[in-house]
Design a protein around this ligand. Sequence first.
Ligand SMILES: *[C@@H]1O[C@H](CO)[C@@H](O)[C@H](O)[C@H]1NC(C)=O
Ligand SMILES: *[C@@H]1O[C@H](CO)[C@@H](O)[C@H](O)[C@H]1NC(C)=O
Ligand SMILES: *[C@@H]1O[C@H](CO)[C@@H](O)[C@H](O)[C@H]1NC(C)=O
Length: 361
Amino acid sequence: MSVEMRKIVWIIVAICLSPWLCLAINATNMKKWRRTPQKLNCNIYEGKWVWDDSYPLYDSSTCPHIRKEFDCLRYGRPDHQYLKYRWQPQNCDLPRFDGKSFLTKFKGKQIMFIGDSVSLNQWQSLVCMLHSDVPQLEIVEHGSDPITNYTFQDYGVSLVVFHSTYLVDIVEEPIGRVLKLDSLENGDMWKNIDILVFNTWLWWYRRGPKQPWDYIQIGANIFKDMDRMEAFQMGLTTWANWIDAEVDTTKTKVLFQGISPQHYNGAEWNEPEVRNCAKETQPINGSTYSTGLPLASHVLQDVLNKITKPVYLLNITTLSQLRKDAHPSSYNGFMGMDCTHWCVAGLTDTWNELLYTELIS
Ligand SMILES: *[C@@H]1O[C@H](CO)[C@@H](O)[C@H](O)[C@H]1NC(C)=O
Ligand SMILES: *[C@@H]1O[C@H](CO)[C@@H](O)[C@H](O)[C@H]1NC(C)=O
Ligand SMILES: *[C@@H]1O[C@H](CO)[C@@H](O)[C@H](O)[C@H]1NC(C)=O
């Protein structure tokens, strides 16, 4: 063989070997690789709950910022299996949450959760997840209801929760408290934030002493009451129009936390005599819930479909329906039975893993 020929043969051999070399390197780095952000071309909301001994992501007793409503272990919850489940999408793996890279990526940025106590629930969990990865980092706390602002020093990352039960306004007027379905006055405090995560649903069906308004107003018309699902749809539409008109989505990323389910009806999981989640210690096996999605999810989806600007649905409904075991029930520092909120640590950590996945991809 001529020298020239040999050179060519070597080049061909090198080219043929290189993919195999790459594969070998990848295989040894597989674990690390799984933790690196990937573009996920799969539906991360389709999957099932699997036991994972490496969970929970943190020990809630070391989270100094946890509110008693969510602090199930402190209030004596005896079973701890609910902490051990990881959400496994059917066709891909979620990246492992990494607080340091989260803070690095969002250096100087503000993330605001806007909505009812379910927003507070998710915000609380994200605070604990970040704190446990950088426990030495100081957190500066500002404000109080309706705006609470926790800033992670050095990185200047602010996690803000803005308490707004309906997103649209409730205004004190001479006739009483008026829920204005076509008015959204707080928007100026939201629209320049880097990342917005909205939610509203829980309060639209509240009646009696817990209902925080006396009248509903649409335009110039005042009503004593109306169909609540229709009211929800109108309020959401006002919010949607505000997004289209006011939010610059090239600068602000907008997400909506999907409908968070409750567990007060055992018929939904084949225990028709059960009326709450008190005795539930296991998730529902499989990927589907007997009732399918609640009606409110369809209303939400319809409204989101009409928005021109990009709004990402954090589609946590089905995976949360499967977690009848993840509520505080009576372990919440109050007398009541809570099958609405979620223990922290717990399910809302998964919501934040999904949020993280979406934000880094
Ligand atoms: C949300 O996820 C569930 C479960 O995978 C799915 O059935 C539903 O269609 C999804 N909703 C949207 C709007 O993607
Ligand atoms: C949160 O606090 C940080 C640090 O003090 C501040 O820069 C930021 O403007 C605050 N955000 C809100 C929404 O109050
Ligand atoms: C869950 O379902 C799978 C598949 O149907 C089955 O193999 C498994 O035993 C079930 N687990 C429990 C705890 O019921």
